[in-house]
Design a protein around this ligand. Sequence first.
Ligand code: DAK
Length: 262
Amino acid sequence: MTYQNIILEHAEAGKISVLTVNRPQALNALNAATLDDLASALARVAADAEVRVLLITGAGEKAFIAGADITAMRAMSALEAQAFSEKGQRVMQAIEALPIPVIALVNGYALGGGCELAMSCDWIIAAERAVFGQPEVNLGIPPGFGGTQRLSRLVGRARALELVVTGRQVKADEALRIGLVNEVVPPEQLTEKGLATARLIAAKAPVAVRVSKQAVQRGLDLDLANGCVLETSLFAFAFGTADRQEGMTAFVEKRAPKFEGK
Ligand code: DAK
């Protein structure tokens, strides 16, 4: 399958997928065609049982994604804007709903819809030159791809609201300090750091990784007691897998486990 504005590649015998938004001439801004490409690539990754981790990044040296495409949005009618918004929301939800870990490798500007897309991933690794922000107030709109909701969940109400209503941009070191990103690395090490993290995850028992993501993600919408009930049932499910037996047997036999995702 060929895409217009993204590249979908595979590494480690198909266990790691790397999705690159590829419109560097517009700093990888999200227009409708790019959102369609993303939706289709995400559906493909979701349907591929071999893939253990997805990495999402942006092409070029300057930007991860500089936001929704302002030039395209400027010309939209209200109905077109509604369709565009729905496409964007679907992409963010599709990222979040993937059963495997998704890591954003933010190589430069992650503004507006770009910051929102990065925050839809499970966590962010940033290059030192990365810049984050929700500058929509400069354009007369609030964030519209979930930014007000995900930013406040990541950095807290006060910091999120300050960033959203001022449009202030945050460099990588501050993003690390406020908990927006997990890690900051030199730009030339970003891809390798992402791949190394993905390899680490791909070597673990796939079912245990998937249910761990479910437990953390779905548990955040529950109170503690119900979150622990959810954890117990997912734990019991994983306990029934052949990989659980293999993991424990390998430990006792002092050898590396061979997990098969069963
Ligand atoms: N859209 C379209 N083109 C963009 C773009 C964008 N967001 N950002 C950059 N570009 C284009 C520039 O126009 C320029 O194109 P040419 O002039 O070369 O043709 C090229 O990329 C290089 O950009 P610059 O020349 O501006 O590069 P600089 O280094 O000088 O500046 C910058 C980099 C990232 C600081 C600057 O480009 C910038 O401020 N960009 C805009 C950032 C921004 O405001 N992003 C937020 C977009 S609003 C919705 C839901 C969600 C949304 C909307 C609606 N609904 C519910 C309906 C989301 C909204 C957004 O994301």
